[in-house]
Every structure is written in C-alpha cells, then in structure tokens.
Design a binder for this molecule. Structure first.
Ligand code: HEM
Length: 466
C-alpha cells in the first residue's frame, strides 16, 4: 500500500478552507511485513483508517498484540483510573538508553518523588517571570534575519530548535552552553535517524541483547550528550553561590522514602529529560504553526493585528500573554493537527476490556494523539485548519481526552503551562518582526520521530518587516 500525502499546488485563498498535508492511513490493518515497513518509514502511517473512525482497533497479526484506543472513557481508564495496570515499559525501552530513569521514563515511587521535586518550578504564577528571557532569545534570533526577500531559504525547523534550546538554557536550566546545544542537536539527529527501528523493537518487546541498527552511532551520540551534562553538574558543584533553579532543586532533593539524594546518573537522566523534552516539542509546535500561517495568510494578518493591538511596539511581557487570545487559538489548533508528541503507549499488565474487546496482559495499548485529534466522530472537518474551534465557548465543550497534545492523567506533561506561555511569547514576537513564507510546492508529510517532524524539514523564506 502506498502512503500518499495530500498536496496543494498553490497557496490557499483567504476564503478557502485550508487542509494541510496529512498522513494517509492504510484502508485496512496490514499484514506483519507491510506493517513493519510502514512503521519504519513513519509509525503514523501504520495506523489504519478505522482508528480515525472507531473507538478501539485491535491488531493481532504481529509478534505482540496491540490495540489503538480513541474512546475518551478508555483513555481515562488507562491514563488515570487504572493507571497502575499500564506500564511505560515500551517508552522506557526506546528512551531509556538516553534518558535512563528520569521523570519521563521512571515509574512508581521513583517517578513520584522526582515529579514532586520538579513540580514547584512549574507553578503558573512563577512561570511569568520567565517571559523576558524567552523574548530576549527570540529577539536574538530575529537579529540574524535578513531584510532581503530574495535571500536564501532558512531551515526554520532547525531555527526553532535553537531558539527553544536557548530559552531552556536561559530559564529552567541556566548554564547550557552553545557547545552543549550543538552536542544536543547532533546527538538528537543521530538518535532520530534510528528511532524507526528503536520504536519498532520497543513495540515488539525485542530483548535488549539483540543489536539495534545504527546502535554504535547512537551510542556515541548518547555518550557525548551525557558527558556534556556531567560537566555542567561538576561546574555547578564548584560554584560558591548556588542559584535557585531546577538543576539545584534536583541536586538538593532527597527521596522521602530512602533519604537519599540523586546519584550523578539520576541527575544526568533528569537534566537530559528536561533539556530534550523541554525544547524539541515546543520547537515542533512553532515550526508547524509558522507553516500553517504561511498557508493561511488571513490568520497571519489577524495575529499581526492582535499583537500590534495588545503589545504595541515594545517587547511581549507577562501581562500580554493571556490577552493574546487569537495567537493561543492558532497554537492550539496547530497542535491539534500536528501534535508535537503524536503518539504514546502503555503496556497492559492485566487483562482488561475495551468496549466489546477483552485484551490480554502483555498487549500494547497505543494512545494515538494524532488520530484522536483528527477523529471523525469527535471533530467536524477534522483535517481542516480552523482556530475558531478554540474560541472560549467552543473550547469549553472539548473533552480533555479528545484534545490531549500534552497527554492526560498524573503523567500529563509537567511543562504544559511553560510550553504554552513560551510558544505564545515566541510566536507573537516572531510574527510582529518577520514574515515566514513556505514554497507552495513544499507539502511535508508529518513523520513521527518521537516528535512530529516535517518530511524534508521546513525551508522557509523569512523576511524582516519594516
Ligand atoms: C508543545 C510542547 C510540549 C508537548 C506537546 C509535550 C507533550 C508531552 C506529552 C504528550 C507527555 C506525556 C507522555 C506520556 O504520558 O507518556 C509529556 C510529558 C513530559 N513532558 Fe512535555 N511536552 C511539551 C513541552 C514540555 C516542556 C517545555 C517540558 C519541560 C520544560 C516538558 C517536560 C516533560 C516531562 C518531564 C514529561 C514527563 C512527565 C511525567 O511523566 O511526570 N515538556 N509531554
């Protein structure tokens, strides 16, 4: 089965609805080989069409049975009511070599005390103090942009990764250097290049001793990353006055059950988790949003008018964030169509019922955020870009299990409020300063590489305004 991507030959007119590129699902669940081949190319392309239409779809042709669930009550059961009966083991197999037993991958008591340690850094009222460094990082990027509309196209996906890395280094984890940013970028690319295999092996429960394709390169990347984080920790230990930041809190925290502090390994696990989870995802949200705005010029104009009216000519400040209503609607709609973390899974530890189906312990339960947010039963014109879905009155009616770019239940993204505030401040600052234009021929398929990347990247012509 060939997977096609919907394309448009010309930018859409203001009056026409925009249907951006999407993954075209196979009509029926595929045989084992076709499934694996599709999965390696793009894990989202192995999700059959029925998942966008029904509540539960079982797949029992593979080595390990799996079920995709999109029914809100079932998602609530897995992520909240019976969460202890579902394990993050596949995620741990995929990300464990890089992120060890940090907050994203740990379970049980290990997870709980790490979450409690980090949570105070993410209090809503404290986050607003971080707006100025976020805006400064964005302005530093804007200063590198040309005023020449005929200039070279820029890799805006990479640009956004570097802006959000600068943000995390200037806010939650001060100390990250340009070399470290480079090490992270290089190793993330190496890691992403082999994630297809890694994901498939994790899904199929392949034992750890089976060599993974691309293993040696990935190991080198991981080693490079972990040693740069270790040197940051050593630097911090040598400082006479220690700042009150996330790193220091992690270093000082004691496990209430054992009284022990985190070992160097655990500290590296957590710092890397925050560096990586804390910038790649937001970068992808911004990349896809800029793409959508380039294809929907009427929304670009509306946003520009909003920023000019709310913010004026000075920098975006904390008090502006909640007033940038349309900007937030656009970001939310962008994360509906292109969720930066498009799918996650849990392994069933006990037999359980999903509607008419009884699934056995050992089944992989997939929560396909990408398909949930384009589900035909819950969304009108699910593939169309329409930020008005998130107007306050309409948004209030959306179930938290139908729109869940940040996950759900107690494992919901700890950085959710930070990410929304950050994306709003960055987008408002960018839109007012520059125009981003993607070529009409570039219709990138969204590909899952842990985060949702545009196939072929996001080359755009970026021109400074004024
Ligand atoms: C648009 C941006 C972001 C998106 C779409 C996103 C998405 C997600 C999702 C879906 C999960 C749940 C995974 C699961 O249940 O298996 C998650 C967890 C997590 N995210 Fe985010 N995230 C974003 C930004 C951030 C930021 C800015 C940070 C940190 C500064 C962060 C740190 C984490 C951590 C540490 C976890 C694990 C939480 C736990 O298990 O207790 N994320 N994220």
């Amino acid at each position: 089965m060939t997977i096609a991507v919907e394309t448009h030959s010309a930018p859409l007119l203001a009056s026409r609805a925009l249907t951006p590129p999407r993954v075209m699902p196979p009509k029926r669940p595929q045989g084992r080989l076709a499934f694996a081949a599709n999965f390696l190319r793009n894990p989202l392309a192995s999700i059959p069409e029925a998942v966008y239409e029904e509540d539960f779809v079982l797949y029992d042709k593979g080595r390990v049975p799996l079920v995709w669930i999109t029914d809100p009550a079932a998602i609530k059961m897995v992520t909240l009511d019976r969460r202890d009966d579902f394990s993050k083991v596949a995620q741990k197999r995929l990300l464990g070599p890089l992120l060890g037993n940090g907050l994203l991958t740990a379970e049980g008591q290990e997870w709980k005390w790490q979450r409690q340690t980090a949570a105070p850094m993410f209090r809503h009222q404290d986050l607003f103090a971080m707006v100025p460094p976020i805006v400064q990082a964005t302005e530093a990027y804007i200063a590198t942009l040309s005023r020449d509309p005929s200039g070279q196209a820029r890799a805006v996906d990479r640009d956004m990764t570097s802006v959000t890395f600068d943000v995390i280094s200037a806010t939650l984890l001060p100390g990250g250097t340009a070399e470290m940013g480079h090490a992270i970028e290089t190793s993330t690319e190496k890691f992403q290049a082999s994630t297809g295999w890694m994901l498939l092996f994790a899904l199929l429960n392949v034992p750890a001793w089976v060599p993974r394709p691309g293993g040696a390169t990935r190991q080198r990347g991981i080693h490079l990353l972990r040693s740069s984080v270790l040197s940051l920790i050593a630097q911090r230990r040598g400082m006479a006055t220690k700042p009150d930041d996330l790193m220091q809190r992690l270093m000082d925290a004691k496990n209430p059950e054992t009284g022990q502090q985190m070992s160097d390994e655990q500290l590296i696990d957590n710092l890397l988790t925050f560096y990586l989870a804390g910038h790649e995802t937001t970068a992808k949200a911004l990349t896809w949003t800029l793409f959508l705005l380039s294809r929907a010029p009427e929304w670009e104009e509306r946003l520009l008018a909003e920023v000019q009216q709310v913010v004026g000519a000075g920098p975006v400040k904390a008090e502006h964030i909640d007033k940038l209503v349309l900007t937030q609607q656009v970001i939310k709609e962008s994360m509906r169509l292109f969720p930066p973390a498009p799918q996650f899974g849990r392994l069933a530890l006990k037999d359980c019922n999903f509607g008419p189906h009884t699934v056995k312990a050992g089944t992989q339960v997939m929560i396909p955020i990408y398909a949930i947010q384009r589900h035909k039963k819950y969304w009108t014109n699910p593939d169309q870009f329409d930020p008005t879905r998130f107007e306050a009155a309409k948004e209030a009616k959306i179930s938290r299990y139908n729109y869940m770019p940040f996950g759900a239940g107690p494992r919901i993204c700890i950085g959710m409020a930070f990410a929304m505030m950050e994306a709003t401040a960055i987008l408002a600052t960018l839109i007012r300063a520059a125009h981003f234009e993607v070529s009409p021929d570039h219709n990138p398929e969204p590909i899952s590489r842990v985060t949702l990347v545009p196939k072929g990247g996001m080359p755009m012509h970026v021109t400074r305004r004024g």
